[in-house]
Design a protein around this ligand. Sequence first.
Ligand code: T6T
Length: 326
Amino acid sequence: MKKLCISLVAVTLVFMLAVGAFAADKTYKMAFMPGITDAFYFTMEKGAQAKAKELGVELIVGEYPKSWGPEAQVPILEALVARGDIDLLFTAPTSTEALIPVLKKVHDSGIPVITVDTYLGDGDYNKESNYNFPLAYIGTDNFAGGMVVAEQLAKMIGEKGKVMVENTNPDVSSVQGREKGFVEGMKKFPGIEVVAIEYCLDNQEKAQAQVAAVLQKHPDLAGVFGVNIFSAQGAYRAIVNAGLTGAVKVATWDATEDLINALRKGEVDLVLAQKPAEIGSLAVEWGYKFLKDGTPIPDKKQVPGFFVFTKENVDAPDSQQYIYAK
Ligand code: T6T
């Protein structure tokens, strides 16, 4: 009897060790599907790759879409999951509504989904809805950032005058959050009027033309807020071309080399940098914890902060880490 017990214990131990070793050895495959070809997502991929290397995760990155929107993103995303070997997907949905059925299908096929940078619906994955299936949203608090930009731009223009928003898309959570935060923030300044909100659909040339057109209509424009890489890079070029550098204050979002150099030259007055590398790193880290032992992501949300570049801090050694990768 004693012998039998010892044998049973031994067999159980061997089995547990084998299962443990198997679990430890499993190389998870995570897929990252970016929103568009730009420095923000390149930087996110870099952060994700670094964390994947650290954790022994294999990261498979979908082809970068050439333009923004479901038409460009969905076929690539579907091909990515059709590989059949993906354990988890993290992606930036290019529309709050159009990506719901697409990602729900991925989720229902057994692949957990995390949304990074942008979210589905109103982003509240805790309440009852048809879009509450992602494990979490990991990204910037865009509304809070928009408020900060409004406050700073208001100060730059002496709290009075006309301002405009150069935006990209009306159905994308990130840029909508920035616009809403900015408009809300400007309500504190009765002397300031938001005279135009334009949508360039992530086309820099279009953004430049739209800002030039608003300048024609409002030659006394005092400030512009460019809400992402394409809108901001187009916006500041329109101001430079009009010979209004310094006269029209330019607040921008996303720390590309281009925008940081423009800030150094005085063609841009503020650059809000998100933390895309941290977003990518957190997606891999939490995805890994979930796959390994089912650890849920607290509050279904992870929100890294942001950093505001100004003329004063742009060359400080500590600031350089926030400039996006090329
Ligand atoms: O601003 C980022 C990202 O946060 C946004 O959702 C889309 O535009 C960028 O990728 C910059 O081009």
